[in-house]
Design a protein around this ligand. Structure first.
Ligand SMILES: C[S@@+](CC[C@H](N)C(=O)[O-])C[C@H]1O[C@@H](n2cnc3c(N)ncnc32)[C@H](O)[C@@H]1O
Length: 286
């Protein structure tokens, strides 16, 4: 494979979208690029380079093709059980003690929004168990970011097939509502959607510490699940360190089932419970 040509394509992507694939796993990059070329009927990568340079709209389609969007509501239920039972109550308590009623959560690679809305559903149910006066004090922001603009668009819509949510529907019946003219789909209820914001953002670039909507960082909870598996070790390390700096002093980081904190950052995080990939920030730098 022509590595120079691949490098030029990555440069084009970075120049036009601001997203970097230089530390993306080379096999994944190449495989997904070839898939996109196949869809267009282009066999030669040099021809694709020319096509890309002449068709600015192709960047959106390419970003969509390069990334893998597998996700589901309440993925890894043990994580969400622990969040509901222990982490969310701890976050609410810590804020109430400071008379600060703003909670900030960030799902860094949110795919079609499943992780964001799962969290919003749990928080809404938590708030609904409070007295009215107490509930009205709280302001919750759940930010979902993803590198893929098409995924972000879909996340904003919050429309899912009934098939994909059938297992969780009986547990959270008020979280979804019917859509006129779309009998096989449901939309996230407005109250739940109202807690979520979505924006395109590449967590692999070092250019910004936290996403545009999160001016002051200080996140209580950050999800970074099943995304760094597609990047090399240095990228993992750099990104996790940046996320560490975006967390508030007692903030929590959630990783995917097969992921962990690299040894280099072991002093920065403490796992809250063996077997559960939730980590609490350790304030090694004060
Ligand atoms: C396998 S999905 C994981 C979704 C969700 N976090 C979960 O665990 O179910 C990976 C997501 O990461 C996104 N992604 C890949 N590279 C990214 C980057 N550099 N910045 C932000 N999102 C990225 C992809 O577009 C995709 O939506």
């Amino acid at each position: 494979m022509d590595t120079e040509l691949l490098g030029r394509i990555k440069q084009l992507i970075e120049r036009h979208t601001g997203c970097s694939f230089f530390n993306y796993k080379p096999d994944t990059f190449q495989r997904r690029l070839l898939r996109r070329m196949f869809c267009l009927g282009i066999k030669d990568m040099a021809d694709y380079e020319t096509y890309l340079a002449k068709n600015p709209k192709e960047y959106t389609a390419l970003l969509h093709s390069l990334t893998i969007k597998v996700s589901e509501f309440f993925r890894d239920p043990e994580i969400f059980n622990y969040l509901e039972q222990a982490v969310l109550p701890a976050i609410f308590k810590a804020h109430a003690q400071k008379n600060d009623y703003n909670i900030r959560i960030w799902s860094t690679a949110c795919a079609y929004g499943e992780e964001v809305y799962s969290t919003a559903i749990l928080i809404l149910e938590y708030l609904q168990r409070m007295e009215d006066a107490e509930r009205s004090r709280w302001h919750i922001t759940i930010l979902g970011t993803d590198i893929d603009p098409l995924a972000v668009e879909k996340a904003v819509d919050g429309v899912y097939s009934i098939k994909s949510v059938k297992d969780i529907l009986p547990l959270h019946p008020n979280a979804f509502e019917r859509i006129k003219g779309m009998p096989n789909h449901l939309q996230i209820a407005p109250e739940v959607r109202g807690m979520a914001q979505f924006v395109c953002f590449d967590i692999a670039t070092a250019k910004r510490l936290s996403p545009p909507a999160g001016i002051f960082a200080e996140y209580d909870l950050i999800y970074c699940r099943n995304v760094l598996i597609y990047y090399d070790c240095q990228q993992k390390l750099d990104t996790l360190y940046r996320l560490y700096t975006c967390l508030c002093p007692y903030g929590y980081l959630v990783l995917g089932k097969a992921e962990g904190i690299p040894d280099e950052l072991s002093a920065c995080f403490i796992q809250v419970k063996p077997g559960i990939k939730i980590y609490r920030k350790e304030n090694v730098h004060g």
